[in-house]
Write a protein that binds this ligand. Structure first.
Ligand code: ARG
Length: 461
């Protein structure tokens, strides 16, 4: 088994079936540049502890640089006989610097502490890309809110007309969960920036290598406190998978609304041609495929998280090969979000809102009935009675095929003597929205304040 990282104690090489099962280069090659960065840091630690001369260290760094160039330009690829990225790169290094020097690099480290470190480095890098793309979506939401400061739409609960709200309020309501996702990524990164390097296979190293040096070189905050935990925990990976799933779910909830808004029945939005798709048979179709794919892929992100949690749930300490199953799902989550978010943000940024249609629907479905009840409360009517009176008024409207603002003074008085014609002051959607001045409410003044807070929170995240 020429070139493998192990084999001396085996009488025979691995069976082809084992090699096939064990091979991970088709996905862990994505970690090659991180592996090389780890090797640079490890070479420094070996030299600092006296295991490499200055010349050897120098040749080692040069050799590793050459590998990095090969990885980047695609000329260095794993061979079919390589088990994993670590073995493939050691073989390549030996090819460049010779077996004598190349064979020294592995001292004091194990693939177990390496992989646990590399996956953190990979995720930390991609967390920055995902944060940037999430931020673009938040920006698109805020820009659309800014472009429609006065538009009023039907606010819904149970998908039924409930109370009118500002479109800007609704759009910002989709931005807030994403802001919390950005904060989650930031909080997570403090836990992720820990280096298991130096933990060895499980119990630590005898060689006196400096793990601080390695952590610092890799841009991580500090070495792991416990070598067993460092090499075998993957909660940091699972937490990252949760955050990606949560972003997927937050996007998917908005996607579902866009799909509804884009129907003829709603008619609230038109999607830009560059962000919608056609049908192979129906020439007239223009479909919201980006929103549907975003909604569909949220399921996939949840699946990746669930699968990973299931892998972890019964693993004894310390490293077990099951842990290799962390990478494909979490790499898939990264790729999924990195393709969904740019398309989704583009769709949101270019979406046209039909504010007339929204405004026409906003007062329908007796959405001002709560305003009537609260108007009565302000005049000393107990809410319980006010609720009854307003509900009675709704029934009269329904029986006569009227909306609330269409009833006559006589009909108002017929429901209750407390319903004087002055109640009409709250029977406009503009009046209703403007009067919701409580904290976090939909009144334009509150929505403007909220926008400022939102932007501040994004800046802090
Ligand atoms: N490929 C493994 C993983 O992803 C790392 C290699 C550890 N292999 C081993 N036999 N201990 O977790």
């Amino acid at each position: 088994n020429e070139g493998a990282l192990w084999g001396a104690r085996f009488a025979s090489g691995p069976s082809p079936a084992l090699a096939e099962l064990s091979r991970s280069t088709h996905f862990d090659w994505d970690l090659a540049l991180y592996d090389i960065a780890g090797s640079h840091a490890h070479a420094k630690a070996l030299a600092a502890a006296g295991y490499l001369t200055a010349d050897e260290e120098q040749s080692m760094h040069e050799g590793l640089d050459e590998l990095a160039r090969g990885v980047t330009d695609g000329t260095l690829r794993p061979a079919a006989s390589d088990e994993d990225v670590h073995g493939a790169l050691e073989q390549a290094l030996i090819g460049v610097v010779g077996a004598e020097l190349g064979g020294k690099l592995r001292a004091g480290r194990s693939r177990n502490d390496q992989i646990a470190t590399l996956v953190r480095m990979y995720l930390l890098d991609h967390s920055r890309t995902i944060a940037r793309e999430t931020l673009r979506l938040v920006d698109a939401l805020v820009a659309q809110a800014d472009a429609h400061p006065e538009a009023i739409m039907p606010g819904r609960t149970h998908l039924q007309h409930a109370q009118p709200v500002l479109l800007a309020h609704h759009l910002q309501a989709h931005a807030w969960p994403l802001v919390r996702d950005l904060e989650r990524l930031r909080d997570w990164s403090a836990r992720a920036a820990v280096s298991p390097y130096g933990g060895g296979a499980l119990a630590g190293s005898t060689l006196g290598l400096d793990p601080q040096l390695v952590a610092r070189e890799l841009g991580l905050d500090r070495p792991a406190e416990n070598s067993l935990d460092g090499t075998s925990s993957r909660d940091v990976v699972a937490e990252f998978a949760f955050i990606t799933a949560m972003i997927g779910i937050d996007v998917s909830r908005f996607a579902e609304e866009i799909i509804l808004w884009n129907t003829r029945e709603f008619g609230f939005v038109t999607l830009d041609d560059g962000y919608s798709t056609g049908s192979s048979i129906m020439p007239q179709k223009k479909n919201p495929d980006i929103a549907e794919l975003a909604r569909g892929k949220a399921g996939r992100l949840i699946g990746n998280l669930s699968g990973l949690l299931a892998t972890l749930k019964a693993l004894p300490l310390a490293y077990n090969r099951d842990l290799q199953e962390d990478k494909e799902p979490v790499f898939d989550s990264v790729r999924t979000l990195e393709t969904v978010l740019p398309a989704f943000a583009g769709m949101v940024a270019t979406m046209r809102f039909h504010t007339d249609r929204m405004a026409a629907l906003a007062p329908q479905g007796f959405s001002l009935a709560t305003d009537v009840a609260e108007w009565l409360v302000k005049r000393g009517v107990p809410f319980r009675d006010a609720h009854e009176i307003s509900g009675h008024l709704v029934r009269v409207c329904e029986e006569n095929g009227l909306e609330l603002h269409e009833v006559s003074d006589a009909q108002l008085a017929g429901v209750s003597e407390r319903l004087t014609p002055e109640v009409r002051e709250v029977l406009s959607v503009e009046g209703s929205v403007a009067s919701r001045t409580g904290v976090g409410g939909t009144a334009p003044v509150r929505v403007a304040e909220q926008r400022a807070e939102l932007v501040q929170r994004v800046q802090d995240a």
